[in-house]
Design a protein around this ligand. Structure first.
Ligand SMILES: Nc1ncnc2c1ncn2[C@@H]1O[C@H](COP(=O)(O)OP(=O)(O)OP(=O)(O)O)[C@@H](O)[C@H]1O
Length: 336
């Protein structure tokens, strides 16, 4: 069964642009110029019950706008959205009881009251019975280790403590579908690991479907078999994370540190026989070659580079997911 069904979804934002100068300002009084930005551009997406999907893309790619449409906060300009069998915008009241939402940058807890009071209010809002609350939330509170925080006002919590409480709050009604927008932003590694462990657990136990946006690819690697990659409002990849790794670059990466400044055309010239992409490294005179080929291509490339330029260091790495995604943003999908 599909929990999320999206066809041809689009969201446009209109913004006014002012004309320059006094004359322009005068003309603006009568007719305004406006620009249209397509934040989400005809996307189609199907998510089955129990899937954990990573929804990723650069800043401004359209991730939050999509989530806002899927949760009924924004109305689409065009397209169809069905989530948990409903139209999120039209059947708002019934719909919100079937989803949980965490926006890492915003709080759904009341700032000045104790965490457990917020939980109690949300329990009423979602019409959760005492019995259900007891059995389900006890477990959530124990797993997220928030028992000692329950009588504290939210404003006194650290970010990591608050985020764990936010997650618990989103789960009060044990929703079958969870939207998480940057749930681990700014958290330390230990809290991140705790949250990841917890999400895996509820997914296993309740088959909770999770759509996760994050800039932390370690979150995705730990949780999601499937990634949907968004670029300028369009889906440019939808598939398994390991396929993305395999398809995009099987290869390796070589970090060269040269003794003298070297430029990209020179490197491209000497390596033009090989399937290699060059980019400047973080250090002075450092260049990174991403090689899409067999092991002997790597050694051939290394010897040709060393033949032409004096190097002070060289390091061979496997391409990380982060690098693959960055390459995709820069170069587009080339393989598969
Ligand atoms: N209410 C709005 N009015 C006008 N433009 C908007 C509005 N909300 C978002 N945008 C624009 O739409 C585009 C997509 O924004 P969105 O917030 O969905 O991106 P994102 O992928 O979530 O980015 P980030 O990773 O930075 O959160 C951006 O160019 C943004 O400036």
């Amino acid at each position: 069964m599909n929990v999320i069904e999206v066809e041809g979804l689009r969201k446009e934002f209109k913004s006014y642009s002012s004309r320059s100068g006094l004359k322009g300002a005068f003309r603006d009084l009568f007719t305004r110029n406006y620009k249209t930005l397509r934040a989400v551009d005809d996307i189609s997406l199907h998510v089955k019950q129990g899937e954990m999907v990573g929804y990723i893309g650069e800043n401004g790619a359209g991730k939050s706008t999509t989530i806002k449409m899927l949760t009924g906060i924004l109305t689409p300009t065009a397209g169809n959205v069905t989530v948990n069998g409903m139209n999120p915008h039209k059947e708002r009241e019934k719909f919100v009881r079937t989803i949980g939402v965490v926006f890492g940058q915003r709080s759904q807890l009341w700032w000045d009251i104790a965490v457990q009071e917020s939980f109690r209010l949300l329990k009423k809002v979602y019409k959760v019975s005492d019995e259900e609350y007891e059995t389900h939330m006890k477990e959530v509170i124990r797993t997220l280790e928030i028992e000692p925080l329950l009588d504290k006002p939210v404003r006194k919590l650290s970010l990591g403590q608050r985020m764990r409480c936010e997650l618990a709050a989103a789960l009060i009604h044990n929703p079958p579908l969870l939207f998480l927008d940057e749930p681990t932003i700014g958290l330390d590694v230990l809290v991140k690991m705790k949250i990841r462990g917890f999400l895996k657990e509820i997914n296993r136990k309740y088959k909770t479907t999770i759509l996760l946006t994050t800039h932390d690819l370690a979150d995705i690697e730990a949780l999601c078999d499937r990634v949907v990659l968004l670029d300028e409002g369009k889906i440019i990849y939808d598939g398994r994370l390991d396929e993305l790794q395999k398809n995009w670059v099987e290869g390796k990466q070589v970090h060269f540190e040269f003794q003298h400044p070297v430029d990209k055309p020179a490197l491209e010239e000497i390596s033009r026989e090989y399937p290699v992409i060059w980019r400047q490294g973080e250090r002075v005179n450092q260049w990174v070659a991403t090689i899409d080929g067999e092991d002997d291509t790597v050694s051939k490339l290394m010897s040709v580079v060393m033949l032409h330029h004096a190097i002070s260091d060289v390091k061979l790495n496997k391409v990380s997911t982060e690098e693959i995604i960055r390459n995709i943003y820069e170069e587009g999908i080339k393989h598969g």
